[in-house]
Ligand binder design. Structure first.
Ligand SMILES: [Zn+2]
Length: 55
């Protein structure tokens, strides 16, 4: 029923898919969480500020 996509990063089922940018080198779709995380990694300061502790 419906389109049930999975996030290419965290493998969660997502109802609203985000397309990764080419330079991220990700095959598939992203959930909103991983998308905003990627954005902040690639474009620090240009998006909303997030405090992420690096692993
Ligand atoms: Zn995800």
């Amino acid at each position: 029923m419906g389109s049930d996509e999975k996030c290419a990063v965290c493998d969660e089922s997502i109802s609203f898919t985000y397309l990764p940018m080419k330079e991220w080198d990700i095959d598939g779709f992203l959930c909103s969480k991983c998308y905003s995380k990627k954005i902040s990694e690639f474009y620090p300061g240009e998006h909303e500020r997030v405090n992420l502790s690096k692993k």
